[in-house]
Structure formats: structure tokens, C-alpha cells
Design a protein around this ligand. Structure first.
Ligand code: UDP
Length: 322
């Protein structure tokens, strides 16, 4: 039994993580300010004696320190996420993602706690060498394009994790998540699958940005959580950055068609230019495919869910809420 502390534990991924660690018999404490997370995500965990939660910001340093001190393993999931949010709230994105990680690492290092930092495939930026491998060069756009501030903030988080490992021997690992999806993900901050599913279930237009030829590999949140569970006992991951993702690739236009078909919807696909959907000059990534060689060298990893399985889960979870 370990004491697991999850920042952002009421968020989409953090809450699935909390649930899984509890199922495995661990003790879980979470800290979340509910800025993008939701109390509904942890409602079903509240009765569990091994679960505790605090609704507060990670910038409450005395509280953060106390919660870190009381834990064995830290998953730092609290962050501003979602391309839409990054564009509309750039100041908080950078403050949360850079300063937030800095203080988590500072207190974790005082006690040498096993620490995991959630990073993102966004870090690969405009890289075009497919699949994306951890040692690839990073190619970002100019600072005038807000989107890249997120990639940059996550890259700084990774640098900090590696620096704390090098200088203070902090057992830290950053994991780059590729398009993680599943029940409880909200479309409010731009994520494509909950947006498409909600639109299709309401027979409203399914809005494809650009020409829809851009593609992504979506991974079920349960597969991400399984990988994280295995990583806590995998010392080989200490002092590294590692991709977590699926290799099942689909274009966004095909995704829209699939969602319409699976929901039996009367929706039409509507193409919206990026300039209108996001902001003038918005740059999207054409393809994003993970190389999971490093991960497979550390843990036994094979995603259990296909995109079709995951879409069914998301459809079933959104349908009753409409
Ligand atoms: N997208 C879309 N319609 C939407 C939301 C997103 O066509 O309503 C596209 C978006 O431009 C991107 C892809 O779907 O090419 C995935 O977007 P998401 O924000 O889910 O993740 P990203 O890979 O951009 O981080």
C-alpha cells in the first residue's frame, strides 16, 4: 500500500487515476481548485475511507507541502490544459504550468519523494518526423502564436524535473500524454471527442476545423492510468521523459464521420477555417503519433481499448447528460 498524492485529482485524468489507485488498495489524497476539474468527478470516491481531498490551489504552499510530506508518490496533474483555454487564458496557463510545477518539485525534493509530472505531446510542436520519439528535436512556432506557450510551459516542466533529478537526485519522471480521452472529459476547453459526441447526439453540426486531414492517435484514459500504475514500480523511468500514447491513428474528418455513424445522428459535418475556430494565424499539428519504444522498455504496455471502444464509452457517458 502506498500513499498517492494527486494534484489536479478532480480533473478528467486525475480522477480516473485516483479511482484506480483506490481500487488497487492504495491511499489517495487529492488537491484541486476546481478551475477545470469538477467535484462531480470525485463524488463517487468521497465515501471511500482511503480517499481524502482538499479543494484549494497548489499555490497554497503550506498545504501543498503538508500533502507532499504525507505521501509516498506524487502525480502532478494540475495544469491548464486544452488548446482553447490556452488561447483565451495565456497568463494563467503559464503561471499554473510553470510556477505550479516549480513548487511541487521544490517540496518533493526536500523529502526525496517519487514524483511524476504530466507533460504533453504538444511539446513536440511542429515536429514532422513520425512517430514522435522522446529524443527528437522540438520545433515550436513563434511566441506571437499563443498556442506554443503551452508546449513551452510543459517543456520547462520537463527541464525542471530533469534538473531536480540531476542536482538533487529527486526520483522524477515526466510523461508525455498523447490525446487522452474517455468518460468525464469535457469539450469546454476544445477537446475534439466530447465536442463531436455532444454535437452528434444533439443532431447539431459536427465542426471540423481546417480540412479535417489532420490526424491524431487517441488513447483511452484507462490505458494511460494503467501505464502510470506500472510506472510507480519501474525505477528505470526515474530521471526520464516518456511518451504514453496509442498508435491507432485517425483523421479528424474520419473521426467526425465515425461519431455520426456510431450515434446514429442526423448531424452534418461542417468545416470551419482555423482562423474562425481559434484565432487569426492559428497553427495546428498535421499528425501526431507516439513512438512508445522507450515506454515498452520500461513497462509492459499494450493499450486495451480501441478507438471504437472508447467512443462507445464516451457516447454512453454523454447521452444521459443531454
Ligand atoms: N478539432 C476539430 N473540431 C473541434 C475541436 C477540435 O476539428 O470541435 C480538431 C483540432 O483542430 C485538432 C484535433 O481536432 O486538429 C484535436 O483537437 P484537440 O483540441 O482535441 O487536441 P489537440 O491534438 O489539438 O491537442
Amino acid at each position: 500500500m502506498k500513499k498517492i498524492f494527486i494534484t489536479g485529482g478532480a480533473g478528467f485524468i486525475g480522477s480516473h487515476m485516483a479511482q484506480k489507485f483506490l481500487e488497487l488498495g492504495h491511499e489517495v489524497s487529492i488537491l484541486d481548485d476546481l478551475s477545470t476539474g469538477s467535484i462531480n468527478n470525485i463524488e463517487h470516491l468521497k465515501g471511500n475511507k482511503s480517499f481524502s481531498y482538499r479543494i484549494d490551489t497548489i499555490f497554497n504552499e503550506p498545504l501543498l507541502r503538508e500533502m507532499i510530506d504525507a505521501s509516498d508518490v506524487i502525480f502532478h496533474m494540475a495544469a491548464s490544459v486544452g488548446v482553447r483555454l490556452i488561447i483565451t487564458d495565456p497568463v494563467n496557463t503559464m503561471a499554473n504550468n510553470i510556477h505550479g510545477t516549480e513548487i511541487v518539485l521544490k517540496y518533493a525534493a526536500l523529502k526525496g519523494k517519487r514524483t511524476f509530472i504530466a507533460s504533453s505531446s504538444e511539446v513536440y510542436g511542429k515536429g514532422s518526423r513520425i512517430p514522435f520519439s522522446e529524443e527528437d528535436d522540438i520545433i515550436l512556432g513563434p511566441t506571437s502564436k499563443g498556442r506554443w506557450s503551452y508546449a513551452c510551459s510543459k517543456a520547462i516542466d520537463e527541464f525542471m524535473g530533469l534538473a531536480y533529478f540531476k542536482e538533487y537526485k529527486l526520483p522524477a519522471t515526466s510523461f508525455r500524454l498523447f490525446n487522452t480521452v474517455g468518460p468525464r472529459q469535457t469539450g469546454r476547453y476544445g477537446m475534439v471527442i466530447p465536442r463531436f459526441v455532444s454535437a452528434a447526439l444533439k443532431n447539431e453540426p459536427v465542426t471540423v476545423y481546417g480540412d479535417g486531414t489532420q490526424s491524431r492517435c487517441f488513447i483511452n484514459v484507462a490505458d494511460v492510468v494503467d501505464a502510470c500504475v506500472k510506472l510507480i514500480d519501474a525505477d528505470k523511468s526515474i530521471g526520464t521523459v516518456v511518451n504514453i500514447g496509442s498508435s491507432e491513428e485517425i483523421s479528424i474528418l474520419d473521426l467526425g464521420r465515425k461519431v455520426i455513424e456510431m450515434t446514429g445522428s442526423k448531424s452534418q459535418i461542417q468545416f470551419i477555417p482555423y482562423d474562425q475556430a481559434m484565432e487569426a494565424g492559428f497553427e495546428d499539428m498535421q499528425r501526431r503519433v507516439p513512438d512508445t519504444t522507450r515506454l515498452r522498455g520500461i513497462i509492459d504496455f499494450e493499450p486495451r481499448y480501441t478507438l471504437k471502444d472508447t467512443l462507445s464509452q464516451v457516447i454512453d457517458s454523454i447521452r444521459p447528460t443531454l
